[in-house]
Ligand binder design. Structure first.
Ligand code: ATP
Ligand code: SF4
Ligand code: MG
Length: 320
């Protein structure tokens, strides 16, 4: 349903996302992982046509067969909320503290679907039930501060589902929640995706959640997609040195599924946008770096389980 080719998001000479290509089909569940600042949110915003004005966007995005120039608001607007919607990284920012929850959730239904107040209310109640919000009638009339973190997150999910999107993008949907609640929210997202045949793009620092919830995984580093493949295969047998580093501190993926685990630390930190090496962006931190790595951008290579971009992997192919 959405196809992205060579998408770059740049700020002058620096790129927050560099030549990313991916496609998402109905019912896919795709996880995106990578350290802070790797471009995960920027990639997600690109899929919504919502990259901040300060940055430039280039590349091709095709949505259900239509080419979508990144800045053509008249093309994007009708799709937001309806074709795809996003749960943003800052949960409190998405809910106006001075507005009743019901009014917030009903607004997109009235604006995009043209529902009457009564129809929107019925739909909100049905969505609250579907997303496991307790006592829906009361919730409609409450304000955000009257809800627990978990219930608030369910409201945000209900809000994102207001117009039956075909793709739901969830950017760190469980960061602010404790482990148990986080697990239940993750499972809810999977169930909704399956029941509605809705694609799910799950951005998360929680590898356990990604292992549990997604079929495929995208690993990002410094604005590059460095590895992609089926989640179980990539986590069990990571090929890119960065993915290996991310998983390094984890003994077994079976233990990660179900348990909440944050990404282990790799020595050093992600350089700022303007300090990224011009070749492989992991050079400088990579334990198996070669002299050409900092200068030459590695190509995307097919691997037995997906693809990865690393000169070492090419070397392995060359050798045999
Ligand atoms: N509005 C903005 N203007 C300029 N640069 C930005 C803006 N927002 C983000 N960036 C930069 O773009 C890069 C990618 O940021 P992004 O928010 O996509 O990272 P992320 O992977 O989502 O990180 P996190 O895990 O912390 O959410 C970073 O270097 C960040 O500093
Ligand atoms: S291209 Fe070089 S620096 Fe980059 S991950 Fe591979 S070996 Fe490491
Ligand atoms: Mg982010």
């Amino acid at each position: 349903m959405i196809d992205v080719r060579n998408l770059s998001v740049t700020l002058g000479a620096a790129s927050a996302v560099r030549k990313a290509s991916l496609s998402i089909q109905a019912g896919d569940r795709l996880g995106v992982v990578g350290e802070s600042g790797c471009g995960k949110s920027m990639l997600a915003l690109s899929l919504m046509g919502m990259v901040p004005d300060a940055l430039d966007v280039s590349g091709e995005i095709t949505l259900k067969g239509t080419a979508m120039p990144p800045r053509d608001e008249s093309l994007w607007r009708p799709h937001r909320a309806r074709t795809m919607s996003m749960i943003f990284q800052e949960p409190m920012a998405a809910l106006n503290p001075l507005r009743r929850i019901g009014d917030t959730v009903m607004e997109p239904m009235r604006v995009h679907l043209g529902l009457s107040r009564k129809e929107a209310e019925n739909r909100a109640l049905a969505l609250f039930a579907e997303t496991g919000i307790r006592d829906p009638e009361t919730r409609l009339r409450q304000y955000p501060h009257q809800l627990s973190g978990g219930q608030r997150q369910r409201v945000l999910i209900a809000l994102a589902l207001a117009c039956d999107p075909e793709l739901l993008i969830a950017d760190e949907p469980t960061t602010a929640l404790d482990a148990n609640v986080s697990l239940r929210i993750t499972d809810l997202l999977v169930r909704l995706s399956q029941q509605r045949n809705m694609a799910l793009l799950l951005i998360s620092h929680d590898l356990g959640a990604v292992a549990r919830a997604t079929k495929d995984i995208l690993v990002m580093y410094g604005g590059d997609i460095v590895e992609r493949g089926p989640t179980a295969a990539v986590l069990a047998n990571p090929l890119h040195p960065y993915t290996q580093g991310l998983l390094g501190a984890r003994p077994r993926i079976e233990q990660a599924a179900g348990a909440r685990r944050h990404l282990p630390t790799i020595a050093g930190s992600v350089p700022g946008l303007f300090d990224l090496p011009k070749g492989c962006r992991f050079s400088g931190r990579c334990p198996v770096e070669m002299p050409r790595c900092a200068q030459v951008v590695p190509e995307n290579l097919l691997t037995p389980q997906g693809f990865a971009a690393c000169h070492r992997i090419k070397g392995a192919h060359d050798d045999g």
